[in-house]
Design a binder for this molecule. Sequence first.
Ligand code: GDP
Length: 445
Amino acid sequence: MPPETPNDTIYAPATATGVAGVAVVRVSGPRAGAALTALGGNPARPRLAVRTRLSDPADKAALDDALVLWFPGPASFTGEDVAEFHLHGSRAVMAGVLAALSRLPGLRLARPGEFARRAYDAGKLDLAEVEALADLIAAETREQARQALAQLGGALGAQVEALRDTAIKLLAQAEAEIDFPDEGDVAGGAIAAMKAPIGVLAARIGALLDDGRRGEILRDGFSVAILGPPNAGKSSLLNRLARREAAIVSEIAGTTRDTIEVRLDLKGLPVVLWDTAGLRGIDETDPHHAIEREGMRRARERADQADLKLLVLDARDPSLTGELAALARDALVVLNKADLAPAATGLAVSALTGTGIEALERELAAIVADRLAWRDGAAPLVTRARHREALEDARAALLRARDLDVAELIGEELRACLAALGRIVGRAGVEDVLDVLFGEFCIGK
Ligand code: GDP
């Protein structure tokens, strides 16, 4: 992102382009009030929707009969003066208003994520909340939106602040010990007394980390690797599922056949199905099967990264030989081609006719819902690998501090713990994260 220019007034469409009932244009910065006035608005009534005839200041041509809102800073999304134009959602009206704004002095089109960036810089949102905003905008399923919304409420930030408070108090104790060693104290007694509370703080962080990664899985999608012998019907099953209502994106073809993905919305939960190369119950040491072995190796590697393995077998020959037997132990087994084997029992489906597909989706949804259920009705706090890494760093520093007996060194570890916690909410050491994160937004967010 180019250098920040905080005095610029920025504008951008806040809604997607195209024909719609309403389209919103947002202006933020010191000249937002002047822009509002120039187009015919009146900044006299903050936070009220005012019906306004907008016209182009250049030639007085009518632009729209719109609703206009005025949010004087600092009580606005960005903390700056903000004007919002709720226009009729036509390309022509939008283009006219954007052109009129572009001709006003001191205004320029916003860069992607720049509104959110200004909100962050003004302290309106912490870094975890900015991430939540990005997640909410990108949410594909109900449960993803619910989690992002909970995160946007600042739950992670509040938890991190509470942890930081405790760490700061411990650091103060360590520093007192540096400045006034042994004062009225048995030598080392004060340091020994710090060990228990440091351990308790490490355990509190440990409890946050011990969440089955449900927040991250919900955000990224629960991954299911489809495995099975060649010709069992894995691709057909994937295609069948992709054509159903639950499919979000019908198919994403990767560079190789073993990275085809289908994203599903199963009862509000995001599921990503991976097709993999065929697996067969062959003797792995047989040199004639080098190609199959390579396919199997890749399939297994991919499957090991998945949250669930779905083993597809031909219902006419559901025997579990060699590699398949080991796989079946921790996989959901599906018998495909049930149309050719009417007597098949268990999770029997037909990718060809569609029989049993709904039952398979129900079964998958139940497994995923069980894995990702909120604990005690509370949304998971750790929703990104970035949060997890920072919490792990903070806990590791505390565990090191607990084993030390020199106040200076304990203080150093507590500072490392505070720095790691601070990274979550964006206090310091996050410059590299910011550009990536704000780049996730589109223009106008
Ligand atoms: P993969 O190698 O496991 O991906 O298997 P494919 O999806 O390519 O299917 C192998 C063959 O089985 C193809 O000829 C499919 O048309 C056929 N097939 C797949 N599913 C079914 C099914 O449910 N019933 C029947 N009768 N044939 C199927």
